[in-house]
Design a protein around this ligand. Structure first.
Ligand SMILES: Nc1ncnc2c1ncn2[C@@H]1O[C@H](COP(=O)(O)OP(=O)(O)OP(=O)(O)O)[C@@H](O)[C@H]1O
Length: 290
């Protein structure tokens, strides 16, 4: 186990009765790294993250967060973590500022409450009772509560669900500033553009198993990134070819067509395309082995 890893996960497994939610997962997150855990609904992401937070007990495997086993982490360890769970547990009758001021007291290295309120775009709602916030505004408060203690490790479980596009961009800026301060971040999200924007590395998990892991611009390997050229041939049939040298292929097609090929497109697979390929391949492999 590397000593500069903030999070170490080895052979992690979790069953809920007959349901095997996590089936032997291994990964490390280096200090200061942003790591995205991606996967379809029910893949085991929240289960994994909640075990790391100390909210769930594992069935098997070894886990450390900041060198501590979450199953036995005490108050001092918890004060070094920031947690944004999928479900929020705010007090409905207090105001945004009251709630943050209350929670800030638990943390020795707390941030300034008004700065955090501004960073999540809730300044105009600082005196509003939590029950009167919209869904997206509550989610922003969840994020504010997660960062108020200046955590060394921040867990974000689908943090931007319900955010409007501007709030999501604002959240990205907040995360980038936390990264610059050296915060280690574990993020789950179904927004693959968000994962691509924020993460250094990502793991794709499906049916409780790791399908792929790597740097965000290397996930799936080089073959997953080969550009696709699409066009219609002389008979009007849709054609496509994957090639490392799209310019040469386009030049050849143009020469053959005696001009611009019909419906020509050069597509470079993005993270979402690569993710779909990985998940479909894993599903097919699982079907075959059944
Ligand atoms: N408390 C529980 N009791 C029984 N089964 C559970 C429990 N929590 C989760 N599961 C099951 O474990 C599996 C993994 O769930 P988990 O919530 O970890 O998935 P996820 O990847 O976070 O999904 P999502 O993207 O929908 O949040 C699912 O099949 C789910 O039904």
């Amino acid at each position: 186990m590397s000593s500069d890893s903030a999070v170490v996960v080895r052979g992690l497994a979790k069953s809920y009765g007959a349901v095997s939610a996590v089936r032997g997962v291994d990964f490390d997150i280096a200090a200061g790294e942003t790591f995205a855990l991606l996967g379809p609904n029910g893949a085991g992401k929240s289960t994994t993250i909640e075990i790391l937070e100390g909210y769930r007990h594992r069935t098997a495997g070894q886990v450390t967060v900041l060198g501590v086993d979450p199953a036995s982490g005490g108050t001092a360890w918890k004060a070094r973590l920031g947690i944004v769970l999928q479900t929020s547990a705010e007090a409905p009758n207090v105001t945004v500022r009251e709630q943050l001021t209350h929670f800030a007291r638990f943390y020795p290295a707390r941030r300034d409450v008004d700065e955090v309120i501004a960073a999540v775009g809730l300044t105009e709602k600082a005196r509003t009772r939590v029950r009167n916030l919209s869904g997206g505004q509550r989610r922003r408060l969840d994020v504010a509560l997660g960062v108020i203690g200046r955590p060394e490790v921040l867990f974000l479980d689908e943090p931007t669900t319900g955010f409007d596009p501007e709030a999501r961009r604002q959240f990205w800026e907040l995360i980038r500033s936390l990264k610059r301060e050296g915060t280690t971040i574990l993020l789950t999200t179904h927004y693959l553009d968000e994962a691509a924007q924020l993460s250094d590395r990502a793991a794709v998990i499906g049916q409780g198993r790791l399908i792929a892991m790597g740097a965000i611009d290397e996930l799936g390997g080089p073959s997953a990134r080969i550009p696709i050229v699409r066009w219609r041939d002389a008979s009007g049939t849709e054609r496509s070819e994957r090639t490392e040298n799209p310019a040469s292929l386009v030049a050849r097609l143009a020469a053959e067509a005696g001009g611009e090929p019909v419906a020509l497109e050069v597509v470079r697979p993005n993270l979402e395309d690569i993710y779909f390929d990985l998940v479909h391949e894993a599903n097919e492999a699982a079907e075959v082995s059944r």
